[in-house]
Ligand binder design. Structure first.
Ligand code: ADP
Ligand code: ASP
Ligand code: MG
Length: 450
C-alpha cells in the first residue's frame, strides 16, 4: 500500500507546543496518508516506572505523587491545546484512565508485589494517554495498538507475532488510512492472545513503527526525534557529532545494537525484510538534515559512526586444558544458555576466552558454574565502544589509529564483528566518554578534513 509511518518520540510530544508542531507535520503529510505512531509524552514512562516501584515498596503516597506529575503534564497540555475547554469525551477518557491507573497502583501497594505483567499494564498508560490527547487534538481516528501488536507473554519485552501482523494491520488500520486522513496509534505496547497488555521494552516505539510499516507495506518509516538524524556519535557525549545523510541497514543495526539510543536495536530488521527505507528526522527542524537508511545505500566509508554501551562485565575464562579440547566452548556457552544470559563480544586466545555480559547478569551463579571446569575472572564497570563503518575491514591502518588515539586509555578486549563492519573495544566505563571523544576526533573529524 501507499502511505507512510510517522513515529514521534517522547521529546517530540513533550508539551502542547511540541504537539502543535507535530500536528502541523502530520497535516502536511496527510495525503500520503500517515499512520502516526506515538510514544509517551516527555518522560512519562519514567514517571510511571517510578510510580510502580514506589507502590511496590509500599509507599503509596510517593506512587500517587509520581502519577499526579504524569497527570499534570497531560492536563496542562490538554488545557493549552483546547484553550481551557476540553471536549467531553477527552475529559472523560483522561479521567477514566487515571482512575484505572490509580486503582492498579493501589493494588500493587497493597500487595507490595509488582510482576512484569503489572509493570507492563502500568507502563502502557503513557502511550495510551498521549495518543488519546493527540488524536482528539488533530481529530483523527485512534486505533488501540493492542489489537494489532500481538506478542507472546514475555512481559517487559514482548516478542511480536510477526506472521499475524499483516492481517491484523489490514483489518484495523488499512480501511481507515485514506488520503487526507491520518490515523493515530501507540508505539511500545501490545497484547497477548488473551488480551493482556505487554510492552516491547524501553524505547520500543521505534520497533512498533517499523513493524506496522512492514505489515502495511508503506513507502517509508519516518522516525521523528530531537536530533537531525543519526549522528556520528551521541551528541550529548561528543558535541561535534555530525549528521549522517545515508546509512546502510547493516551500519544502522550495528549502531543501534551498540548503544545509539536514537534507534531501538530491533527497529531495522522488519524494515530490512520489507525493503522499506527508514528516515530519522528532527521534529523541531523538519527541513534540516536527516538520515536515510535504505536497502540500496552503500556508504563506502571506512568509519561511519561510534556508539557505546555500558556498564558491562568482562569475564575471562582460562583453561590450560582448552587447547585441542573441542567440547570446551560448547561447555562454556552452555553455562550462559542455562542462565539465560546473552554474550556480546568474544575474544579468544589459545588458553583463554574473554567475553562481555550485561552488568545485571547473575554474576555469582555464572562464576560458580564456570569455576567448576576452568578459572574465571570477572571485571565489572567496563564499557563497549563500537566503531562502525562499511569498509572498516578493507581500510588498512584503522586499528593502528584506534590504538594511537586512545593513548593511555587501556583497551581490555578487542573484537572485529563477524559482519566485518564493527570494530569493538572494551575500556573502563569511567574512560568511555574520553575514549569516544578521542576516537571521534581522529576517525571522523580529522578524516573529514583530510
Ligand atoms: P525519542 O524519544 O525520540 O525516541 P531518544 O531519546 O530515544 O528519542 O533518542 C534520541 C537521542 O538519542 C538523542 O537525543 C541523542 O542524545 C541520542 N543518541 C545516541 N546516539 C546517537 C546518534 N548516533 N545519533 C543521534 N542521536 C543519538
Ligand atoms: N515510552 C516508551 C519508553 O520511554 C517507549 C518509547 O518511547 O519508545 O521507553
Ligand atoms: Mg527512542
Amino acid at each position: 500500500m501507499h502511505g507512510i509511518v510517522m513515529k514521534f518520540g517522547g521529546s517530540s510530544i513533550a508539551n502542547a507546543a511540541c504537539m502543535r508542531q507535530v500536528a502541523a507535520l502530520v497535516r502536511a503529510a496527510a495525503q500520503r496518508p500517515p499512520l502516526v505512531v506515538l510514544s509517551a509524552m516527555g518522560k512519562s514512562t519514567n514517571g510511571l516506572f517510578a510510580a510502580a516501584q514506589a507502590a511496590e515498596s509500599g509507599n503509596l503516597e510517593a506512587a500517587i505523587e509520581s502519577m499526579q506529575a504524569v497527570q499534570a503534564t497531560h492536563l496542562k497540555a490538554a488545557m493549552e491545546l483546547f484553550s481551557g475547554s476540553l471536549p467531553e469525551s477527552l475529559e472523560a477518557g483522561l479521567t477514566a484512565r487515571f482512575s484505572e491507573l490509580e486503582l492498579i497502583l493501589r493494588g500493587v501497594a497493597l500487595l507490595r508485589e509488582l510482576s512484569p505483567r503489572s509493570m507492563d499494564a502500568i507502563a502502557s498508560f503513557g502511550e495510551r494517554l498521549s495518543t488519546l490527547l493527540f488524536s482528539a487534538f488533530i481529530d483523527a481516528p485512534l486505533v488501540d495498538a493492542r489489537k494489532i501488536m500481538r506478542t507472546d507473554d514475555t512481559f517487559g519485552e514482548g516478542q511480536p507475532r510477526f506472521a499475524l501482523l499483516p492481517e491484523l494491520a489490514a483489518q484495523h488500520f488499512a480501511h481507515l488510512l485514506i488520503p487526507g486522513q491520518p490515523v493515530v496509534t501507540q508505539g511500545y505496547i501490545g497484547a497477548t492472545e488473551d488480551g493482556l497488555t505487554t510492552t516491547l521494552g524501553r524505547g520500543g516505539s521505534d520497533y512498533s513503527a517499523a513493524l506496522f510499516g512492514a505489515a502495511l507495506g508503506v513507502e517509508e518509516v519516518q522516525i521523528w526525534t530531537d536530533v537531525q538524524g543519526v549522528l556520528t556519535c551521541d551528541p550529548r557525549v561528543v558535541p561535534e557529532a555530525q549528521s549522517i545523510d545515508q546509512l546502510t541497514f547493516a551500519e544502522a543495526a550495528e549502531l543501534a545494537a551498540f548503544g545509539a539510543k536514537v534507534l531501538h536495536p530491533a527497529t531495522i530488521q522488519p524494515a530490512v525484510e520489507a525493503g522499506i527505507p527508514v528516515t530519522v528526522r528532527d521534529t523541531q527542524h523538519p527541513s534540516g538534515r536527516f538520515t536515510t537508511i535504505s536497502p540500496n545505500t552503500r556508504s563506502g566509508r571506512a568509519v561511519t559512526a561510534l556508539a557505546s554501551r555500558g556498564p558491562v562485565t568482562v569475564l575471562t575464562v582460562n583453561s590450560s586444558r582448552m587447547l585441542n579440547h573441542s567440547g570446551f566452548l560448547a561447555k562454556l556457552f552452555d553455562v550462559f544458555r542455562r542462565h539465560g544470559v546473552s554474550v556480546d563480544l568474544i575474544a579468544t586466545a589459545e588458553v583463554s576466552v574473554s567475553l562481555t555480559v550485561e552488568a545485571d547478569a547473575p554474576l555469582a551463579a555464572l562464576m560458580a558454574d564456570l569455576t567448576a571446569f576452568a578459572t574465571a575472572v570477572a571485571v565489572e564497570d567496563r564499557a563497549i565502544i563500537a566503531v562502525v563503518g562499511e569498509r572498516i575491514k578493507q581500510t588498512p591502518g584503522i586499528a593502528g589509529r584506534v590504538f594511537t588515539a586512545l593513548g593511555d586509555i587501556n583497551i581490555e578486549l578487542i573484537s572485529m564483528g563477524a559482519n566485518e563492519i564493527n570494530l569493538s573495544l572494551v575500556v573502563p566505563q569511567a574512560a568511555a566518554v574520553e575514549a569516544l571523544r578521542r576516537l571521534h576526533r581522529v576517525l571522523i573529524e580529522e578524516a573529514v578534513c583530510a
